[in-house]
Design a protein around this ligand. Structure first.
Ligand code: SF4
Length: 338
């Protein structure tokens, strides 16, 4: 019997946190929780999960919802394409599978927005298929345990980690094994302040033996991040503000924001009052946004035809927005109350 699997399962049985998605076999709830948890930590994801379950307790309710309503509930989690893909996925499951998720890893992988990690999570937690999950926590734990000094963002390294975990899961309850390995990675073998002193794997851990805990996992090159400059225009007509629907592909698709234009650098708009400058970081883009108060939206804006007016109270509730918008509105309101 494997030392690794026995130890992590033993540890999890005594120390695993009780979370609502661990108490269910419903693939819809498992799917929902996994996609939310790809965006955020458990403590922040839990209220989102509860909110979604309250509004849409089953897949059919979720599939029948309007996309705008899904985006509204998703607000603050980022990566809005994931929420849109979830909606597409739910509708496809409703149409092609009678509202029930397919029960195998291979079939799940065919659905929109479901990659190897989510497919493995649903297949193992809901249907007990013996397929191992490999997320960032698992990669860190296994690469340290085995002392892997190759970059973990290389295909060959990932495949060897996958193979190892897939062998380790054999002979164990797949849901239990997967929960245990993920929990060990997130609670004990953490990126910083790693808890090797209370780790049940410590006596066989290569990284610990070789003093490499803080250096593993190795990564080759960093993701290239591009710099963008956005000028947003806030135009107020009594209690109404100008808004536009972001319908182009790319970031924040289908969310609402103030009319804006992108510039090649951080240029200054002369006929306007600057409310503030905001730095916003996305995975591949660093955005410097300026919010300008204007009497009238500049006529050169390509979005002009799509601009409409709404009351401030409707922004974020009836019209879902992104976090940068929330930051800008907050700063503007703080200025008004000064
Ligand atoms: S001993 Fe430390 S580095 Fe090794 S698996 Fe445990 S927590 Fe991770």
């Amino acid at each position: 019997m494997s030392f690794f699997s026995n130890e992590i399962i033993g540890w999890y049985s005594e120390n695993g946190r009780s979370l609502p998605w661990r108490e269910t076999k419903d693939p819809y709830r498992i799917w929902l929780s996994e996609i939310i948890l790809q965006q955020t930590r458990v403590s922040q994801g839990l209220p989102y999960y509860e909110k979604f379950i309250k509004h849409y307790p089953d897949l059919n309710g979720f599939a029948n919802a309007e996309e705008t309503d899904i985006l509204k509930l998703w607000q603050g989690l980022g990566y809005y394409s994931r929420a849109r893909n979830m909606h597409k996925c739910a509708r496809l499951v409703q149409r092609d599978f009678g509202g029930f998720f397919p029960s195998t890893y291979a079939q799940l992988l065919q659905l929109p927005g479901i990659g190897p990690y989510t497919a493995a999570a649903i297949a193992s937690f809901a249907f007990e298929e013996s397929v191992a999950v490999v997320d960032g926590n698992v990669i860190r734990l296994v690469s340290r345990y085995l002392g892997i000094q190759e970059p973990v963002n290389k295909g060959a390294t990932l495949r060897s980690i996958n193979t190892y975990v897939q062998e380790e899961i054999q002979g164990f309850k797949p849901d239990l094994f997967n929960q245990a390995i993920m929990e060990m990675g997130s609670q004990i073998c953490t990126p910083k302040l790693t808890k090797c002193d209370s780790c049940v794997l410590a006596m066989n851990c290569q990284a610990k033996k070789e003093g490499l805990v803080n250096r593993i996992p190795f990564k080759s090159t960093r993701t290239k991040v591009s710099q963008k400059y956005f000028n947003y225009y806030l135009s107020q007509n009594q209690d109404q503000l100008s808004l536009v629907h972001r319908n182009s592909k790319g970031i924040w698709q289908n969310l609402y924001e103030f009319p804006m234009e992108e510039s090649v650098n951080s240029k200054v708009e002369s006929n306007a009052t600057l409310i503030g400058t905001f730095q916003h970081q996305l995975s591949h883009q660093r955005i410097e946004a300026k919010l300008w108060k204007v009497n009238k939206i500049p006529s050169r804006l390509s979005q002009n035809k799509g601009i409409f007016e709404v009351a401030l109270g409707e922004i974020g509730s009836a019209y879902p927005t992104h976090q940068l918008m929330n930051k800008m509105i907050k700063a503007w309101q703080e200025q008004l109350t000064k």
